[in-house]
Each structure stands twice: as C-alpha cells, then as structure tokens.
Design a protein around this ligand. Structure first.
Ligand code: ATP
Ligand code: MG
Length: 559
C-alpha cells in the first residue's frame, strides 16, 4: 500500500536536518528505521515514531527499515513480532523488503566484542549486578573501578568465549566496555555490553547463552544497515556519547547519527509497555486489543480509522521538549475523519416501545433515509415504519422540566424521515416503571413536515419493533479517570466506568446486514463499529466515540 504523505508532511527540526544533509550531500539517500522490541503490542506513541521514520523515507525518497530489536529473549514473543508487522501495515506504512532483526547480527556483534577486548576496550567482570550498580557512583560522585577491570586480554578472551559457550550461570559475569568510571555521564562508566542469559530465543533458538545489551546492539545494528538518521526518544540523549564511542571504536561499515525527539504522552493514558502488559495480565482489560487500550490493535478494534491516527500525529508535530497532549486532540481527529467518511444509520441503544394507536394494524411502509448528508452519491436506504416502534428511553420524560422538548405526554415531536407523533399515555408495570408509550401520528406529516406549517422542537431517531435487530452495544470511556495516571500505582487510577454494556439495543437491518469493518454513525449517538465478538445471532458493536466530547462532564476531568 502506498499513501501520499506529501500533503500531510509538516516541517520539523528532524526533517530540517534531513533536508540539510541532502542539500549538502552529506548523504545522497536517507535510511531510517523503526526499531521495536517485540515485547508487547505497539501503542499510539509508537505510531508517532512510525509516522516520522516511514514518513521521512517516503518524503525524501529514501528507505525505512523495520528492525526488531530482539535482544532480550525472556520478554519477547512471536505473537508480538506478528502483531507489530500487522499494526505498521494497518497504519499505512510498508517496509518492503527491509525487514531486519538485531538477532541477525549476533555473530558480527560477537566478533566485534572480541575485537574490543583485544584492543583493551572491554573486560569480563565477575561482580554481581548489584555490586556493579553500587560501584557505579552517582551524579555527584564518581564510580569505583571493578577489581576485575585490569584482567589481561588473554584472560578476558578466554572468559568471554566460555560465557558464549554456556559455561557459566545467568548473572555470573558480564562483558563491560572499559571507558571511564569517573565520567560525568554515567552511561560511560563501563557500561555492560553482554550478559549471560540461558534462554530460548524466538529466532536463534538455543544457540546463544549471552545476549548483547540495548546500547551495544542498537547503534551497531544502525551502522550495519547504513541508517543515516537514527531517531529515538529524549531518554536516550545521555546515551548518545556511548553510541558514538562504540561506533568510533568498532570497524563498522557506516556512521549513523542519533537524534532525539519528545515522546508522545497523552492525558488519561499510560503509554508504557510495562503498564500495558500488566493491564492485560491482571485482566483489567480483555486483551491487547481491548478497545480501551491505547494500542494500535485497540484503536483498530474500536473503529478508529488509520487516517485519523496519521492526522493526529501530523498535528502534534515533532518537538525537542517533552509535553503531554490532550487526548481530546486525538478524539477530535477521529470525529473529523468519521464525520466525513462514515455512513449514517439508526440504532436505539436503550429502547422504549411506542405503539401508534391510530396506525393501522399490520400495515408497513418503507421510509427512505439518507446515507450521508454531505455525500448524495452515498444514496438512500429504506426503513420499515409500522404501528410498533422503539425510541430512545432518554428521549421520553413523563414529567419533563421546562426546557425538555423531546417526547412527553401531550407533546409533539418528529420521528426522523417519518411523521410527527404525540404521546397520549404511558403504560407502567407493577413496579411503576414505564414499559411502553401510547401515541398517535399525523398522517399528513409524512416525510417529517406539517402542511399547515406547524413546528416541533425535536427530531428523534426510532426503529420499527419487528424489523429491527437486537444487538449488544459496548460504550467505552477513558480507561483512567485521572488526567495524569500514576504509572507506579495505575490500578488506583482506573476508571470504574470505562465500559458500559447495553445488551438489549436495537439496530436497523442495514446495520445488521452490512458486514463492513468500517465505522458508522448511529444518528444522535456517535460512531460505532461491528466488533469481532459478533456472531450471526448476536451482533456486537463498539462505540468508537460519541458525537461530542461529554467526558469532561462525566468525570469532571478536563476543563
Ligand atoms: P521499552 O523500551 O520500555 O520496552 P518502548 O516503548 O521504548 O518501550 P520500543 O519497542 O523500544 O518500546 O520502541 C520502539 C520505538 O518507538 C523506539 O524508537 C522508541 O523511541 C519509540 N517510542 C516508544 N514510545 C514512544 C512514544 N511514547 N512516543 C514516541 N516514540 C516512542
Ligand atoms: Mg525502547
């Protein structure tokens, strides 16, 4: 799939650098990469990185690699490798033939590590992880040299080879770069390059007993692939001197440059794989693709169109300082896109039966309804109108306050596309609850207008009782009730009302018959999409988003 992002492309400091590097012929072709670790599903923060890296490659006629940073087999799974590829495609981007795995470079990375040892730039340390941590020093105090720092090259080589051969237990030793334990930048205080890990790797199987650290594998993978601009988030700014130190000491085929940008943070949202994994494991959500999750899979299942995500990413831009984006901006982009593209349908979420007493029993007529108000090409469809209908329970009040213009005893309203009706009486059960309304219609108002020019103040959606179909509708609200959820204790900030299930909703036949994965607008209710849980007998719909932003009022969150 190709998408034209030229119109979408904005300017930002990274694109400016890329343009300057092309103009000065520092590079004649741009190569970027998106480097996910396959330890979870992608989320909307990753979409920012994907849109930037693939976008730059498209706009400047370059290439963007999809590279799995698969250096930690204890956390990585094939399921994640598969989902990441599906999600990048869904967003509208394509790596073509440029699919890579850091694990493809394990052999070369190992050889280069031996090279570092031979050059006196790396040593095997027998200290425990805890001892290494304690001797690293602080921002104000230098670290302490390891007692193993001055091993001979021969001893280091011998131990490193035995680490590789699987002779030692997990954590018994590590390979460290020999840089400077007094460096102002803690990342340069002899960082770990390899650790012992007896673990099965999804791609290399049981071949390796040692695995490279992120810092060691990442930059060298960039260099092997000829990446020109290696874009990461701001936390890695302090790692850049190490990134460059390694490129400088190793016989790498190219010298990429690292650039840092702000991470995407969203209000009411946590974009941390650790938290998202926990939400799934602890059953707070139904899975990685739960429509409340900020994952790409969740957004997709919720009915969010990929174009809305791309538009959102374009609007937030790329900055050098971290900030928090109002989730309302994402919702705005979703509404804009769906308002433009989605077909209109009628559904009654909480049905209340209305019997039109003066409508002939057994009679049914077909009423034409417009599929899209701004797009006549979308055409019309027919909806049956008869004596028994459903309206929305909220659209009726027995004792309405002054400003309530919808249905109430004696009050006249318009049923969309159909007739004016007037409520004549209310039927209650033994518990005093309203179970049915009795009404009359005015046959002269067919099509929804009175020939005598009289007006009504409300137009309501409705469905025929017999011809409409039952459905379950799932209404989603923010997963967190707190605008800045606490990642350390996220369970306390969960919104107890994030999911509401309406199990006796009704939908029009056009909704039931259409087997489209596209979202639809249910008039006056919002945008909805058929959920994968639907069966031929039981339709399930997700509310992608309401028509207006009501969340602020519901939880008193946003101003
Ligand atoms: P972790 O490293 O904690 O597992 P991560 O979210 O950094 O999580 P990666 O798989 O390493 O996950 O991320 C892949 C790429 O996506 C990286 O280049 C990273 O910088 C980028 N990325 C991750 N989160 C965000 C975010 N919130 N905003 C922008 N880019 C992000
Ligand atoms: Mg990461």
């Amino acid at each position: 799939m190709t998408i034209d992002t030229t119109a979408e492309a904005g300017r930002d400091f990274i694109r400016d650098i890329v343009q300057a590097d092309l103009s000065s012929h520092k590079h004649n072709r741009i190569v970027t990469r998106f480097p996910p670790e396959p330890n979870g599903y992608l989320h909307i923060g990753h979409a920012k990185s994907i849109a930037l890296n693939f976008g730059i490659a498209q706009e400047f006629g370059g290439q963007c690699n999809l590279r799995f940073d698969d250096t930690n087999p204890t956390k990585e799974e094939q399921e994640y490798i598969d989902s990441i590829q599906a999600d990048v495609h869904w967003l509208g981007y394509d790596w073509g033939k440029n699919l890579f795995f850091a694990s493809d470079y394990f052999e070369r990375l190992y050889d280069w590590a031996e090279g570092l040892i031979k050059a006196g730039y790396a040593y095997v340390d027998d200290q425990s992880q805890e001892e290494i941590r304690l001797s690293r020093g602080t921002l104000t105090e230098p670290g302490k040299n390891s007692p193993f720092r001055d091993r001979t090259v021969e001893e280091n080589l011998d131990l490193f080879r035995r680490m590789k051969a699987g002779e030692f237990t997990n954590g018994a030793r590590v390979l460290r770069a020999k840089i400077d334990m007094a460096a102002g930048n803690i990342n340069l205080r002899d960082p770990v390059l390899y650790r012992i890990l007896h673990a099965h790797h999804p791609r290399t199987g049981d071949k390796w007993s040692i695995y490279p650290s992120y810092d060691y594998a990442h930059g060298q993978s960039d260099a092997i692939e000829g990446i020109t601009h290696s874009i990461c988030t701001l936390e890695f700014e302090d790692h850049r001197p190490l990134y460059e130190w390694l490129l400088d000491k190793l016989p790498v085929p190219s010298k990429p440059r690292q650039y840092e940008m702000a991470r995407l943070n969203l209000t009411y949202t946590l974009l941390s794989k650790r938290v998202l994994t926990q939400l799934v494991r602890d059953g707070h959500v139904s899975g990685w693709d739960d429509p409340r999750m900020p994952t790409i899979a969740g957004l997709k299942r919720r009915g969010v169109p990929p174009a809305a995500v791309r538009e959102f990413i374009k609007r937030i831009g790329v900055a050098k300082a971290n900030s928090v984006v109002d989730v309302g901006m994402l919702e705005f982009c979703i509404r804009e896109e769906l308002n433009r593209t989605s077909l209109r349908r009628m559904a009654v979420l909480r049905p209340l039966k209305v019997v039109i007493e003066n409508y002939p029993e057994g009679q049914v007529e077909e009423i034409a309804a417009i599929n899209h108000p701004d797009n006549p090409d979308a055409g019309t469809r027919k909806i049956a109108f008869g004596r028994e209908l459903y309206i929305e329970r909220d659209d009726f009040m027995e004792n309405p306050p002054k400003k309530f213009f919808r249905l109430s005893p004696g009050n006249e309203v318009r049923l969309r596309y159909a007739y004016f009706i007037k409520c004549t009486s209310v039927v209650k059960n033994d518990a005093g609850e309203i179970v049915e309304l009795r009404a009359t219609y005015d046959p002269a108002t067919k099509g929804g207008n009175a020939p005598d020019g009289r007006k009504v103040k409300a137009t309501m959606h409705w469905l025929p009782a017999a011809q409409s179909k039952p459905a379950e509708i799932r209404i989603y609200n923010q997963l967190f009730a707190n605008p800045s959820p606490n990642a350390a204790d996220f369970a306390a900030d969960l919104n107890p009302q994030s999911l509401e299930v309406l199990s006796d909703a009704r939908v029009e036949p056009a909704i039931a018959e259409g087997n489209s994965p596209e979202a639809m607008q249910f008039e006056r209710q919002g945008y909805f999409v058929r959920d994968a849980d639907s069966t031929p007998d039981r339709l399930v719909f997700n509310r992608t988003i309401g028509l207006r932003d009501t969340f602020a009022k519901e939880v008193g969150g946003k101003g």
